[in-house]
Design a protein around this ligand. Sequence first.
Ligand code: DQA
Length: 149
Amino acid sequence: MAKKRVLVVNGPNLNLVGTREPDIYGARTLDDAEGLLRAYARDHEIDIDFFQSNLEGEIINFIQKNADAAGIVINPAALTHTSIAIRDAIAAVKVPSVEVHLSNIHAREEFRRVSYIAPVCIGQISGFGINSYVLGLEALAGYLNDKEK
Ligand code: DQA
């Protein structure tokens, strides 16, 4: 079986996870999340392209440039709640995507309960700290394997 290339896309301020509001986002860093994902990927014939940007346009360019990827795990961070442009990029490239969040966005402020991105994703995982990323990748891998059958 050929290896599948999966993009892991991270939005604004996620580079600060570990020190940023640790009571909400936990003490583990984005590097820790990347390490967990790479370990999962090694065992499951997946290649990961890991990307973080604080700029909406850079995220859109990254998605467009990698339209041939097998899947996307995306934590759009605050852009979850504002970005029609990222939603449109995912819809345009038609790459199966899973939205993930460290915190449970449905248990927080009202404005975080709305995701512009979720409707163009297969599904959403929210509230498990950096394990949300691994759960998201696992869900995506299961979806891609089922599609092959
Ligand atoms: C977040 C939730 C967003 O509401 C917030 O703006 C973030 C991080 C999360 O992973 O819990 O930056 O996406």
